[in-house]
Each structure stands twice: as C-alpha cells, then as structure tokens.
Ligand binder design. Structure first.
Ligand SMILES: Nc1ncnc2c1ncn2[C@@H]1O[C@H](COP(=O)(O)OP(=O)(O)O)[C@@H](O)[C@H]1O
Ligand SMILES: Cc1cn([C@H]2C[C@H](O)[C@@H](COP(=O)(O)O)O2)c(=O)[nH]c1=O
Ligand SMILES: [Zn+2]
Length: 192
C-alpha cells in the first residue's frame, strides 16, 4: 500500500533539494510525478520549486481552496502517477492533509511532503501538525546551527538582524528573514 511521508526540518536544510532529487529519481526511470508548492510562497516565481543549491522546476500551486485529491485524481486518470511530491507542506490545511492521505489509501499513490515543523515562535503550522499526526513515515532533514548542534528552530529577524518575537505566522522570506538555530541559541535570541 502507498505511504504518506513527511520530511520536516528547519529552514535552509535542503528540503527542496531533496524533493527535486527524489522527483528526478522517478522521472529518470520513466515514471510520472506531480509536483506541488504553496501559491503564497512566491520567492522563486509563481509555480516554481527552487532550492538554494540551484535546482528548480515547475510545480502546481495549492492554496486553501484547492482540492488536491480531485486535481491529482484527474491527472492520474490521464497519466498514471507514480508519486506526488509537495513542497512547503506546512501551508496545507487540515482538510488537504486528509485529501493527501486519501491519495495514498484510495488511489495507491505515494505522497512525499516536505515542510517546516514549527514557525518562528516554535509553534506547529496547521499542515505540519496534521502531517505529524497522519503520515506513515516521519523523517527529519537535519542542518546545523552556528555552534554545531542540530538546528531545529527558525528565528525570524528584522532588517537589522534583530529577533522578532510577535507577528503573523506567515511571512514569506529566505535567509534575509530567518535563521535556523539550535534550541539553546534560539532561546537566547528570544530572551528566554
Ligand atoms: N552551492 C551550494 N552547494 C552546496 N550546497 C548548497 C549550495 N547553496 C546552498 N546549499 C545548501 O543547500 C541547503 C538549502 O537547500 P534548500 O533546498 O533551499 O533548503 P530548504 O528547502 O530546506 O529551505 C543549505 O544546507 C545550503 O547550505
Ligand atoms: C519559520 C517561518 C517560515 N515561514 C515561511 C518563510 C519561507 O517563505 C517558508 C519556508 O521556506 P523553506 O526555506 O522552503 O523552508 O516559510 C513563515 O511564513 N513563517 C514562519 O514562522
Ligand atoms: Zn546553537
């Protein structure tokens, strides 16, 4: 039976690079895939998945209104899919995570989701919370803090590099706005 995988990490750990590599593995064997990313995250252009390492490709866009099950089922009927890969999976809604689970269970398509576990305050995103609850396999993609420990937290910084403690959960940005840190150094920066 097909499985639902959640690959989670802090920012800048190589999630998009790993996704694009997995996609390539399927496609070089002649297997069809369908890629998705969040419409809200337009850092690399609309409908693109891009890694800081330089790899990039086109992707379908999801926002809360998109029925991912219906869209994938339509595509699967036209061209049987071997895998669905979803970047920025923290931005999925609860309903979409259940739709993705149904892709595995009802259509037997493996789904690989890549996303952040927690936001800049250390709180779960909606998509991540439900993926942590529903995925068959959870895998952490690891990266390091300046001190050499595993960087599990995402510090949000302002234009002067100072820690931001409050604000909306969603603020699109890259290395200019977020720094991946170990929990100890995150706590130091957040003053607690
Ligand atoms: N030129 C490069 N060569 C090798 N690794 C790189 C290069 N540029 C960036 N990286 C690494 O790529 C990772 C970021 O990859 P990316 O797929 O953008 O991460 P994520 O999707 O998790 O934010 C970082 O670990 C960074 O050190
Ligand atoms: C921590 C945090 C992140 N985001 C946004 C910032 C980026 O646009 C994406 C994550 O990018 P990645 O490099 O592909 O991991 O998420 C946010 O909106 N709120 C946050 O708290
Ligand atoms: Zn540290």
């Amino acid at each position: 039976m097909a499985k639902l995988y959640f690959y989670y990490s802090s920012m800048n750990a190589g999630k998009s690079a790993t996704l694009l590599q997995s996609d390539f593995n399927y496609r070089e064997r002649g297997m069809a895939t369908m890629l998705w990313t969040a419409a809200i995250d337009d850092r690399f252009g609309h409908g693109r998945i891009a890694s800081r390492i330089g790899l990039e490709t086109d992707a379908h866009l999801f926002d809360p209104a998109v029925d991912i099950f219906a869209a994938v089922a339509r595509q699967h009927a036209a061209t049987p899919l071997s895998c669905v890969l979803i970047d920025e999976a923290q931005f999925l809604t609860r309903a979409q995570v259940w739709q993705i689970a149904a892709l595995c269970d009802d259509l037997n398509i493996p789904v690989l989701c890549y996303g952040l576990r927690t936001d800049f305050r250390g709180e779960l995103f909606e998509g991540s919370a439900h993926l942590l609850g529903l995925a068959d396999t959870l895998s952490e993609i690891k990266t390091v803090c300046d001190c050499g420990r595993k960087a599990t937290m995402n510090l949000r910084v302002d234009g002067q590099g100072q820690a931001v403690r409050d604000g909306a959960q969603t603020q699109i940005g890259g290395n200019d706005r977020y720094v991946a840190l170990c929990r100890r150094h995150y706590r130091e920066q957040m003053g607690g």
